[in-house]
Ligand binder design. Structure first.
Ligand code: DGY
Length: 418
């Protein structure tokens, strides 16, 4: 069977009747940014199913516009923390935090793959939900209009245990009232996963938010973890650009102007995350009020939002990293003492991040490096299958297997090659 057919089969096997789980058992619910990539993957061969992925995710959207990180459509004992720990009191149950907002980018791409009448109608129904979600980001996470949104939990960045969060997390107490019964380490090697102390802090944060009644302003004020993540901000800027295109077609001129205003603010603010000394975009610890001096794969994502000013330097950085790893792009600078090639977001290569970086390099005129990153990604998947992530030093596939978003990226990269 061809890899393409295998990739389609992974998506079909992880289908739970309209939405997709990231992988069986390890992640038995619907995840926000996973589903955005999955929708783009489905769009390459089954656009109707791609729309359904997005529509199911939006069933979990809150009235204030929040699109949660997890929607618990059906019960499962395979994952911790489940709905009872989040305690948001909603139906369907959801978590109470969010994830990198790839959704408007995905919706625009699904529409482009199937711009027939049905696609137009489904997009028209979804557009107001995306508009409200971007308004939520601005109101809940950047109430003073700085142009940078705050993330309040490492899970919101999608890069849960990145060493970039170590110092900011030190501030988070490890005490919890919840009995921490992890399931992930029963499904995959604990050496590939966050440590026990990380989970204590992750759950402490959930309890702090729960105690605010999930009120956005109180969460922002109470959180002992508050960072301006380069990845989230770059992905949001890109999503705003895609939303602007959708607003012109499905919204009003006032909405388009509102989005354009946010884009201008965000572009200027993202540029302030550039660090001349480390020649990289760096996240900012909003509590300490200082940059986090660690180069990670998120630092390349402003390219995905078309921020081309430092494209040549970033391509050089990738060239340099490429000399010490077998496959780009390690999630952490491979020359940094905190680089761990096997542990989740502390070193491994992730296909979705690679796809965004390759797309960004291309958008910013760095074709050769875009080809290299895309080629490395294809090579990893061709050799190892649809793993959750890959060891950059050996290329070995690690974490969970038969992963939906890795399959989706295979389909996207194949489409771009054709
Ligand atoms: C987990 O549970 O590992 C996820 O990354 C949270 O989104």
């Amino acid at each position: 069977m061809s890899r393409r057919e295998e990739a389609r089969q992974v998506l079909r096997a992880n289908d739970r009747g309209g939405y997709t789980v990231p992988t069986d058992r390890l992640y038995p619910f619907q995840w926000n940014w996973d589903s955005a990539f999955v929708a783009m993957g489905f769009a390459t061969f089954d656009p109707a199913r791609a729309w359904s992925e997005i529509e199911w995710l939006l069933r979990g959207q809150w009235e204030d516009g929040l699109i949660p990180q997890i929607v618990f459509h059906a019960p499962s004992d395979d994952y911790f923390p489940g709905p009872e720990v989040w305690g948001v009191g909603r139906s369907p149950p959801t978590s109470g935090i969010t994830q990198p907002p790839v959704l408007a980018t995905a919706a625009r791409r699904v529409l482009a793959a199937a711009a027939h009448e049905e696609g137009e109608a489904r997009m028209a129904a979804i557009y107001p939900r995306l508009r409200d979600n971007h308004r939520w980001w601005a109101a809940a996470r950047d109430p003073h209009g700085t142009g940078l949104v705050a993330t309040l939990h490492p899970w919101e960045t999608g890069m849960d245990n990145s060493p970039a969060w170590d110092r900011a997390l030190d501030r988070v107490p490890t005490a919890t009232r919840t009995d921490i019964r992890r399931r992930d380490t029963g499904h995959v090697d604990p050496a590939f996963r966050p440590r026990a102390i990380d989970y204590q802090r992750f759950i402490h944060l959930v309890e702090v938010f729960c105690d605010t009644g999930w009120d956005p302003a109180r969460m922002l004020a109470a959180s002992p973890f508050r960072v301006a993540d380069v990845g989230t901000n770059a992905i949001l800027l890109r999503a705003e650009q895609d939303l602007l295109d959708l607003a012109i077609r499905f919204g009003t001129p006032e909405e388009a102007a509102e989005i354009a205003g946010r884009i201008a603010r965000m572009e200027a603010a993202l540029e302030r995350l550039w660090d001349g000394r480390l020649s990289h975009y760096l996240a900012r610890d909003l509590i300490a009020g200082e940059p986090i001096p660690l180069r990670g794969s998120a630092g390349f994502l402003p390219l995905f939002a078309g921020q081309a000013r430092h494209a040549a330097e970033l391509a050089e950085r990738l060239e340099e990293w490429g000399r010490s790893v077998r496959a780009l792009v390690p999630s952490t600078d491979p020359g940094h003492p905190l680089f761990e090639p096997l542990r989740y977001w502390r070193g491994p290569v992730w296909a979705v991040v690679n796809w965004m970086i390759a797309e960004g390099l291309r958008r910013c005129g760095q074709e050769a490096m875009a080809d290299r990153v895309a080629g490395d990604t294809r090579g990893l998947i061709a050799a190892e299958g649809f793993s959750e992530y890959f060891d950059p030093l050996t290329g070995q596939g690690i974490g969970g297997g038969t992963f939906s978003w890795t399959a989706a990226i295979w389909l996207l990269l194949e489409g771009e090659e054709a």
